[in-house]
Design a protein around this ligand. Sequence first.
Ligand SMILES: Cc1ncc(COP(=O)(O)O)c(C=O)c1O
Length: 503
Amino acid sequence: MVDVSVDKKSSVPVYQQISRYYRDMISQGKIAEGYRLPPERTLAKTLGVNRTTILNAYRDLKEAGLVAGHVGRGTTVLPPSAAPESAAGEVQPLRWTQLLRQQTATPWEGIIRDLHALTERKDSIILAIGLPAHDLIPAKLMRETLDALVAERGPEAFSSGPCEGVFGFRAALAGLMGQRGAPCDPDEILVTTGSQQAIDLIARVFLEPGDVVVVEEPSYFGALNVFRQAQARLLGVPVDRNGMRVDLLEPLLQRHRPKFIYTLPTYQNPSGALLSLERRRRLLELAYRFRVPVVEDDIYQDFSYDGDPPPTLKALDTAGFVIYVSSFSKTLSPGLRIGWVAAARPLLHQLVLAKQLSDLHSPTLSQLLIERLLISGDFRRHVGGLREAYARRRETMGAALRAEAPEGVSWTKPAGGFYFWCRLPDVSQAALMARAGEEQVSYLPGMPCFVHERSEHRVRLSYSHCPADQIHEGVARLMRAVRRLPRVSDPTRGRLAETRALV
Ligand SMILES: Cc1ncc(COP(=O)(O)O)c(C=O)c1O
């Protein structure tokens, strides 16, 4: 009898634990061709899980071409690269998943793709995604600037460029860093294909399997998934309205010596929290004492609605420990795919080497365009307007929540950024997602933003992307869904992670 066991507290869904177990057993030759997997019902009973969990696990194995199901014979292990029932002479399709490197199973690995797919949906109100509103992308300004740029530079505007980024653009970025209180040289900057690539490159150059990374809880799911894929061990530090609980950091640094700390001090995604100046200083003191670099993800810096945020960690850093990451995806357009890293030269050198393997360089046209917008002052003026527009959207969502939220829903008004981070009463998370789908509204469930599964029920509502006049209706629909669901004692029941997709 195969000795499969599961950890129900793990952030890896149980069905993935089971399918992974059988994958390992098959690839290590411990169970052979023809071996019959336990009947679904029996295994479900043995493990104390739902039968659907076993069905999902076996489906995974079937998709990987490792097992086949036959009526009456159950589920059996196939021979390696077997081509069952092939007609003579006919070339069977490849079993791709059998050939591919095994990916680290992450419960929400498809989430970014799912969120982006949502933008195509015209039939529902999208509170799930933190992309800019279409009407706040400065298309006219960018078109005019591009016209002038192409007229002047001709084909050069479309040519390839240096891996670290166009020099003039990096000089303009150094100027922007100066405005953000952290002046640096152009050669301390690497232009990346969005800040997502910056996070990925950082993971590539730092992390080996088993390395520890300290993250906030909650945190940006896109970064958590990168670190998980690198097989890092994530240690979460809770966030309150003043940002990361830096008071809890010291013992973690002492005990685990992480490779780096990943933080979003300014209008955190998803919680909207703003790290206080005192905590910023303390965080740096601890980083210096334990000699741990700090990755500062500062993509929401320009979206302050109640006065300026405290200085960035990069601006406060006197010893070069901070790796600063930011992007133009929220201010100008995500499709330009331009972000950057400002960091110490030796690190930057390694990041450039990693980037050349990844995509050679970031889009030249986007870099030249943004360089002009920065130098002309158009960028600064545009951001001033944005702040007002997004502040109005924040008010609209706040008012909608006050009007529509039933008892048991709570939130803190964010001082900046794109999100309300709401706590919901104990309704089943899976049922809420299904009901919200019926109501034609989407939101981001809180779970992907945590290292470990939580019993508290959180959702992130974005006021950035959907048309401003739909924000109230979107909140009303979601709150209607919340109101109509029965309260349960275990809100994680139904294993939301197993629904796998948001769309
Ligand atoms: C905190 C944070 N970091 C990084 C990113 C990645 O953005 P991009 O690659 O478009 O710059 C996002 C996107 O939403 C984000 O919210």
